[in-house]
Design a protein around this ligand. Structure first.
Ligand code: ATP
Length: 238
């Protein structure tokens, strides 16, 4: 059976004034896949994610989600369509409890699976359950990252966009976060993961893309990319 394309980005361009941050990016994510976009500082990863979620204006190209061109939809209309994002920098509401932060993720929902999903997040990140009544601001960086992912999951997105979830975390927490992301595959969540930590991201992904100064320079099966000499030299420190 041919894979079903969930997200299809074609020839996308985006600029900040005279700086062209995306110079014609094309990539796609199939239903059920974990796809990663790796690249160094300033390559355009965040700009691409923000374009997909609709908070960054694009200057050309198209974004198709579930066979619908969403390029012109405002950001708030993309969430009900099933695009959920855990933003870089996390944006946790510190004074609110962990549970309230999680429930904020479900604010657009009207179905009765919210409790089920809350439970699912607590199973995935037990520390969030243990501390659910305490203020989110008291969590460590890694725990806040878990909370940000959990909150994004509470929207029950068809596509989860993750911006550098390993940023600033100790190696042991990086492993824990990535394991949790990998486990989302069993929950039939489709993930588009943007990472500077190329090795970690490729090790849990099905497919990957490499971005350099606003252009895709390599793509393919995650395993093949990890064995690609140019990728290894540039991103894996080999
Ligand atoms: P990082 O991992 O450092 O966030 P990135 O791959 O996400 O990097 P972007 O943040 O998308 O890269 O940046 C792409 C390019 O756009 C860079 O050249 C950057 O300097 C530029 N840029 C990003 N944000 C702005 C902005 N608000 N104003 C002007 N230029 C920007």
């Amino acid at each position: 059976k041919a894979p079903k394309v969930l997200l299809d980005v074609k020839d996308l361009t985006s600029s900040y004034g005279r700086i062209q941050a995306l110079k014609g990016v094309s990539l796609h994510v199939n239903v059920g896949e974990i796809v990663t976009l790796v690249g160094g500082n300033g390559a355009g990863k965040t700009t691409l994610l923000r374009s997909i979620s609709g908070v960054q204006p694009i200057t050309g190209g198209s974004i198709t989600f579930r066979d619908k061109d969403i390029s012109a939809l405002p950001a708030h209309k993309r969430v009900p369509n099933g695009i959920g994002q855990s933003p870089e920098g996390r944006q946790i509401f510190g004074p609110l409890s962990i549970e309230d932060n999680l429930m904020l993720g479900a604010y657009t929902r009207k179905d009765d699976l919210i409790d089920y999903d809350l439970d699912r997040v607590y199973k995935m990140f037990s520390i969030l359950k243990e501390r659910r009544k305490t203020a989110a601001g008291g969590l460590s960086g890694g725990q806040q990252q878990m909370l940000a992912i959990g909150r994004a999951l509470m929207a029950r997105p068809r596509l989860l966009l993750l911006d550098e979830p390993s940023m600033g975390l100790a190696p042991i927490l990086v492993d824990q976060i990535l394991e949790a992301i990998a486990s989302l595959k069993e929950e039939a969540v489709t993930v588009f993961l943007v990472e500077q930590n190329a090795f970690a991201a490729l090790s849990i992904a099905d497919r990957g893309y490499v971005i350099e100064t606003g252009k895709i320079t390599a793509s393919g099966n995650a395993k093949d990319l990890m064995e690609d000499d140019a990728v290894r030299e540039a991103y894996l420190g080999v």
